[in-house]
Design a protein around this ligand. Structure first.
Ligand code: SF4
Length: 108
């Protein structure tokens, strides 16, 4: 009788404990190895159509947004974007460049 109860209780307890330990390990790894992305990348991506069509020559809208953030390309690369959205995005990119250039110019 005791062996039967042990055979029934021990596997779920071991698996539950293992799940708890691995869950804590995943939480700690996610917390300490998290990569902080530039929030401007999300801002730029939200201004794109997010069709992920690849017409810009990039794998998707996020890749184009990353290239824009790095200053390699502007919003004209996106083919299906509305002209008003393109203008707003180019304005955002111009302001971003000006903002990043300000500390260097104020240091003179
Ligand atoms: S062309 Fe525009 S909509 Fe298509 S993947 Fe590139 S950024 Fe996205």
């Amino acid at each position: 009788m005791g062996d039967t109860i042990r055979a029934i209780l021990i596997p779920p307890l071991v698996l539950g404990l293992l799940g708890l330990i691995l869950g804590i390990l995943i939480y700690l790894v996610a917390k300490y190895f998290a990569v902080q992305e530039d929030t401007r990348l999300d801002d730029i991506e939200k201004m794109l159509p997010r069709a992920n069509c690849g017409a810009c020559g990039f794998a998707g809208c996020r890749d184009l947004a990353r290239a824009m953030l790095e200053g390699k390309i502007n919003a004209t690369a996106c083919k299906p974007i509305k002209p008003s959205d393109r203008d707003a995005l180019n304005k955002y990119l111009d302001e971003m460049v000006k903002a990043s250039a300000q500390p260097a110019s104020s240091a003179k």
